[in-house]
Design a protein around this ligand. Sequence first.
Ligand code: SF4
Ligand code: SF4
Length: 240
Amino acid sequence: MLNSEEVIRIAREVGFDACGIARADALTDEEYPLREWLDKGWHAELSYMERNVDKRMDPRLLMQGARSVICCVSTYPPPSSTGGVAAYARTREYHKVIKQMLFTMTERLGINGKLCCDTVPISDKHWAARAGLGFIGRHTLLVTPEWGTWVNLGEIVTTEECSEYSESSKHSDFCATCRRCVAACPNHAIAPDGPPMIDVRRCTAYYTTHHQREIPSDIDNAGYTQGCDLCQLACPFNQK
Ligand code: SF4
Ligand code: SF4
């Protein structure tokens, strides 16, 4: 059994800003409305999202006998202005760095684990929320109390039991009386009600990050050439 305090200490020592541990279990539909989003066709041509849906919902299908999901947060600087290249797109190499940090953690802990950062079908933000590191905002991103949305995520899925598990975040009510991100989106891409969801067909980032395809004439890219920060900049948790 892993000592949870030691896991979190080692995560910080290898360079992560925060770490939480969730019990490997199924994400409920309520937490992760993936099927509803797919049914609506809001994923556009992101066909990879149609694959491995079951694994995305349950890490025990990703790794036989998985008991724990160790979730790690690495922060990056917020943008100093709007337009151009979005903040997250300026940290392009982050997945290599995070994977190396996760690998170092497994070595220090003496465990085998599945290292997840971008290429593995697991919903990192939902697991981070389960691990108590923040909540899923209406703009669909993980909001951490300390650093807002300016974070990258990585996970270790492991068969090891941990001595203590984090509580799921109870902060999601913060969105109840706020629609700032909805109002800030020039393309009305963010669902104003219901589970957090984005119609990527209306999102600038879909055209400039995932596809590098021509932006339709009815999409306002607000000066962004790669990604878009507008809904994040509007979020009160990013005002600190
Ligand atoms: S990234 Fe930009 S276009 Fe996409 S939902 Fe947010 S504000 Fe709208
Ligand atoms: S801007 Fe408001 S509604 Fe949107 S994610 Fe932030 S707190 Fe929630």
